[in-house]
Design a protein around this ligand. Sequence first.
Ligand SMILES: *Cc1c(COP(=O)(O)O)cnc(C)c1O
Length: 378
Amino acid sequence: MQYTIPLFKLNFDEEEEKAVVETIRSKWISTGPKCEELEHLFVEKLKVKHAVSLTNCTSALHLAFEVLDIQEEDEVICPSLTFVATVNAIRYTGAIPVFCDIKSNHHINIDGDAIEALITEKTKAIIVVHMAGFPCEMDKIMAIAKKHNLKVVEDACHGPLSEYKGKKLGTIGDIGCFSFFSNKNISTGEGGMIVTNDSELEKRIRLLRSHGMTVMSYQRSLGHAMAYDVVDLGYNYRMDDIRASIAVVQVNKLEADLQKRITVRKWYLERLANIKNVVVPFANHDGFVSNYIMPIVLENVSTEVRDKVRISLYDAGVQTSIHYPAIHRFSNYQQYARPLPVTDYVTDHEITLPMYGSLTEDEVEHICSTLAKSLNEL
Ligand SMILES: *Cc1c(COP(=O)(O)O)cnc(C)c1O
């Protein structure tokens, strides 16, 4: 059926079209001035030293672990309630993902108090995911990392411009990774970004994103582009200027869009507070967040009821989703599975409701009244 209220709507208008046409007409469509402009925007808006544009966040995560020197048999502590790319990237290096549970139905991020018990002499890093743009317990996590000499990667895909105690998410750990996939806050189809305050890491990321070739510096020093060396085993993880020109428009529209999302979340909170057995994670959080998605967790009901509620919403024209099917339950992850009771509960009882800037109060009312009616009847 055609949803009347989709989970997400692109925040696109003529601006994006114009930007693409301009880039095409400039005759330079691969990595170039638009990628640079986008990187400068990230540096400025996130108040971080370096930003490197990439093909997507999966390649960003891969490079993050690679430049942090994560190697075969090393262990990396990670959540299971995330998109599979977060944890796949650990395995690209040959390292072992060690799943840590999330905190509670109210705080569905990695549990800062459960991390230390998982640390062994093989542990090299922690990757955190800021769900829906709500920050992980970064003070606690950074203190543990410091004490045990561990690196911290932030998967900040849900949280561009989100803040934790005045700092932008992605700039607190060693490396932050962002995605510009179609349904993210910044949409370009495919695209990604790494941010870091470490100049050595940035240099290596730039090298690895383009085959380990020194061509850029050679171009500058020798004045021609023919002579280059390959000094590292790199990849082609470069973004192109067509996508970057869309991203520049999107980043410039982001703050206004996030303000609208804050209002949408307020409408949801007012209504969901009155529905029995519905928990809104991070309901009492204050601080600027991106509100990438609108997750709720049902309590005192079965998974079957959760699934039936989703069907009722579907029948009422409301698209929903689940964030996320827990990774430790996937066939390809059986060898890494361990007991994660809170993650198990949330993955079985979570529903993601529609969230985008142009969602109206009437639509939020329709979604919440359908949800309440369906929960009452089941
Ligand atoms: C979207 C997403 C990714 C993957 O990003 P791509 O750009 O599609 O590679 C990784 N982690 C999280 C939490 C995401 O939401």
